[in-house]
Design a binder for this molecule. Structure first.
Ligand SMILES: [Zn+2]
Length: 285
């Protein structure tokens, strides 16, 4: 917790990140030898000092609107089990959502799951740019750097994106899916991974349900993996299962058991281009 008084919301005189803040991204197991890169866009609920709590009650910052509860713990565990590096965003998606295109209003949410975010009301283009330069671009540049480095040395890194989803949106019923595999067109890893998960007794697996991989909306996997033809996985785990360390480790181990073989198989070795295809609706840029 910060020890100094927080600045008022929207103090435009301060930089986005000061020396009281951490870095825009965190790398785990940097020298991991696997041909795989884990990414966690929504790992953190931290808000840079400059923004106060974005005008929100502190309790709101513990909720799914601020981050993917349990995702960082699962990513750390997967990095260890796979011996793969992981890049995790250092700040809350409420400041800028690293899995959205910057011209998508959802990158800077004014209302998230019926909660108004006062610190995001009517942001100017300059204010958005500042956040993007300080947080979003360094995170994605690090992912780029690692993937390009792998490719230059003749490797084809698979990209594994770890997310969690709330067990229910406000006012809705409990979601039955406990793990959802989000994919589009390139099922090289997604399908064998999903088939293995489906053999886990009692586990309810979603196939693009309740969320899929949305081209033009999701940013990280389409832009870093699909554009380069890299094998990839995007996973959503229901957050009530991973809210404590034991749960996060249990689910991460289930994911590991289901992805280890597909990642080691021929399917994960080459580059295949499934998107963009001629005639496709082009994503926002
Ligand atoms: Zn997420």
């Amino acid at each position: 917790m910060p020890t100094s008084p927080r600045l008022p919301v929207g103090d435009v005189t301060a930089p986005v990140l000061t020396d009281q803040d951490g870095p825009p991204f965190v790398v785990i197991n940097s020298d991991g030898a696997a041909d795989c890169l884990l990414v966690c866009d929504h790992a953190s609920n931290t808000i840079p000092q400059r923004f106060g709590e974005l005008g929100l009650d502190e309790a709101r910052l513990q909720e799914h609107i601020a981050w993917d509860i349990g995702a960082a713990a699962m990513t750390r565990r997967l990095a260890e089990r796979l011996n793969a590096p992981a890049v995790m965003a250092g700040f809350s998606r409420l400041v800028v959502d690293c899995n959205r295109y910057l011209d998508d209003p959802a990158a800077f949410v004014e209302v998230s799951d019926q909660v108004e975010v006062p610190g995001n009301a009517s942001l100017t283009a300059e204010a958005k740019k500042e956040r993007a330069e300080a947080l979003y671009r360094p995170y994605h540049a690090e992912i780029d750097r690692r993937i390009e480095g792998g490719l230059l040395s003749g490797r084809v890194p698979a990209v594994v994106a770890v997310h969690t989803m709330t067990e229910r949106m406000r006012g809705e019923d409990l979601r039955p899916q406990e793990v959802t595999v989000c994919w589009a067109r390139d099922g090289r890893l997604a399908v064998p991974f999903m088939r293995r998960l489906e053999t886990v007794e009692g586990l309810v697996v979603g196939d693009n349900d309740p969320y899929g991989l949305d081209l033009g909306e999701d940013y990280t996997v389409p832009e870093h993996a699909m554009r380069r033809g890299l094998p990839h996985l995007q996973i959503e785990v229901r957050q009530d299962l991973v809210g404590d360390t034991a749960g996060a480790l249990r689910l991460a181990d289930l994911l590991y058991d289901a992805m280890a073989e597909p990642l080691a198989s021929d399917a994960a070795c080459g580059r295949e281009y499934h998107w963009p295809l001629e005639g496709d609706v082009q994503p926002r840029r």
